[in-house]
Ligand binder design. Structure first.
Ligand code: 1CP
Length: 357
C-alpha cells in the first residue's frame, strides 16, 4: 500500500510540516515477535549472521512493512557494530544478550582504539542500507541509526549488558580523562558511521541513548549530553528540504529534554515516563517529538491499545496549542519478543485513524 502521502509523512513531520495523519513506526519493529523473523533467524543461524548478510538484513527490515502500514523502515542491524569493528569482538550467548570478548577497562586499552573504516570494516552495514533503499523503492523512508557514545561505552567497558554499570561509573569517578578519551574516539566513529549511512541512502538518522538515564544529572551532562551535542553539531546533513533529520532518543532522560533541544538535533525521542504535553512545554516548538506509548500497552486488549494511543496523540496536541504537527508516533522504547503482532496492527491503524486531519 504505497501512496505519496505515506512516503512523505515521516520526513514532513520531522520538519514540523503539515501531514495527512501522524506517521508511526516502532522501535524494534523487526524482531522475534514476528514468526517470519524467527524462521529467517533459524535458517541464518544467528542474529549476527543475519545482520552481516545485506540480503537477509534487507528481508528482515521489510518483514514488518509487509504486515503493517508503518511509515518508515529501520535498518536491521545493531548499535554494537561499531565496537565490534574496533576489535572488541561481539558475540551472543543465548538468553544472555550481547557480550564483548575484549572489553576496554583501562587507559592502555582505550589508547589503542581507532575509528574503523566505514567502507571496509563496516561495509556490510552500508551494503545493507544500499540494498534496503533499492528494495523500498520510495515506498517509505529508511532510518539509519547508531548508539550514543555513552551507551556504546557502557557495553564496551562492562563487556555486555549491566544492572548497575559499576565498572563504567567507577571509571567516570576514578579515571575521567580515560573515559573522555573513550567517548571522544567513539563520538568520532558515530559521526563517521552516521555520515556513511546517509551517503549510502539513509534518509533519517537516529541515535539511541538507551542508558543515558542511569546517570545523575551532573554526570549526564558531562558524559552523555556533551557528546550528543558534538554529534548534532558536527554531523553534516544538508539544508532545507534536503536536510537529513537527526533524532536523539533517550531513555530516562526526560529531565534533560530542554538541553537536548538545544543540541541542534531535529527531533527528540521521548520515553513513556512523561506526558508529551510536558515534553512540548520543555522543548517549546524547537524540535519535533517522537514517542511515547508505554511499550507494555501492547499487552493490553485492542480497546485499551486504542485508548492509550489516543491519549498519546491528544497529549501532544494539547501541549502544542491544539496542533498535531511535529509529532511522530512511536513507543517509548523497543518492542519485546512476546508481543502479539495483531496488536501492532491495531495500534498502527488506530494512530492513523485517530490523527487523520
Ligand atoms: O534475534 C535476536 O535474539 C537478536 C535480538 C536483537 C535484535 C532484533 C539484538 C541484540 N539487536 C536487534 C536489532 C536491533 N538493535 C535494532 C533493529 C532495528 C529495529 O527493528 O528497531 C536496533 C535499532 C537495535 C539497537 C540496539 N541494540 C539498542 C538501542 C535500542 C534499544 O532497544 O534500547 C541496544 C541497547 C542494543 C543492544 C542489544 N542488541 C541486542 C540486544 C538483545 C540488545 C540489548 C541488550 C541489553 O538489554 O543490554
Amino acid at each position: 500500500m504505497t501512496s505519496p502521502s505515506r512516503h512523505d509523512r515521516l520526513l514532513r513531520a520531522l520538519r514540523r510540516e503539515p501531514v495527512d495523519c501522524t506517521p508511526v513506526w516502532l522501535m524494534r519493529q523487526a524482531g522475534r515477535y514476528l514468526p517470519e523473523y524467527r524462521a529467517t533467524r533459524a535458517k541464518a543461524g544467528s542474529f549476527l549472521a543475519m545482520a552481516k548478510n545485506p540480503d537477509i538484513a534487507c528481508e528482515v527490515t521489510l518483514q514488518p512493512l509487509r504486515r503493517f502500514d508503518l511509515d518508515a523502515a529501520i535498518l536491521f542491524s545493531d548499535i554494537l557494530t561499531i565496537p565490534d569493528a574496533m576489535g572488541l569482538e561481539l558475540y551472543f550467548v543465548e538468553g544472555e544478550g550481547p557480550k564483548f570478548r575484549h572489553p576496554v577497562r583501562d587507559a592502555a586499552a582505550i589508547a589503542k582504539l581507532a575509528v574503523p573504516d566505514m567502507e571496509t570494516e563496516l561495509r556490510y552495514v552500508m551494503d545493507a542500507v544500499r540494498v534496503i533503499r533499492r528494495e523500498l523503492d520510495g515506498s517509505v523512508p529508511l532510518i539509519g541509526f547508531s548508539g550514543s557514545p555513552w551507551t556504546l561505552a557502557c557495553y564496551m567497558v562492562e563487556g555486555g549488558g549491566s544492572k548497575d554499570f559499576a565498572l563504567i561509573k567507577a571509571m567516570a569517578l576514578n579515571e575521567p580523562a580515560a573515559l573522555h578519551q573513550l567517548l571522544s574516539v567513539v563520538t568520532d566513529a558515530v559521526i563517521a558511521y552516521l555520515a556513511a549511512q546517509r551517503a549510502a541512502g539513509a534518509q533519517v538518522l537516529q541515535v539511541f541513548d538507551t542508558w543515558g538515564g542511569v546517570l545523575s544529572p551532573t554526570m549526564y551532562r558531562e558524559f552523555s549530553l556533551r557528546y550528543l551535542t558534538r554529534i548534532a553539531q558536527e554531523l553534516e546533513r544538508g539544508d532545507g528540504a534536503e536536510r537529513t533529520p537527526l533524532i536523539l532518543f533517550g531513555k530516562g532522560t526526560g529531565l534533560h529534554l530542554g538541553a537536548l533541544a538545544d543540541t541542534g538535533a531535529d527531533a527528540l525521542g521521548v520515553d513513556w515516563t512523561l506526558d508529551l504535553a510536558d515534553a512540548v512545554a520543555r522543548t517549546g516548538g524547537r524540535v519535533a517529538l517522537q514517542g511515547n506509548l508505554d511499550p507494555t500497552t501492547l499487552y493490553g486488549n485492542p480497546a485499551a491499545i486504542e485508548r492509550a494511543a489516543g491519549q498519546v496523540l491528544d497529549s501532544y496536541a494539547q501541549g502544542n496549542g491544539g496542533s498535531r504537527e511535529g509529532h511522530v508516533f512511536n513507543l517509548g522504547h523497543g518492542m519485546s519478543p512476546d508481543m502479539n503482532p495483531d496488536h501492532v496492527q491495531v495500534l498502527v491503524e488506530a494512530v492513523h485513524r485517530l490523527s487523520r486531519r
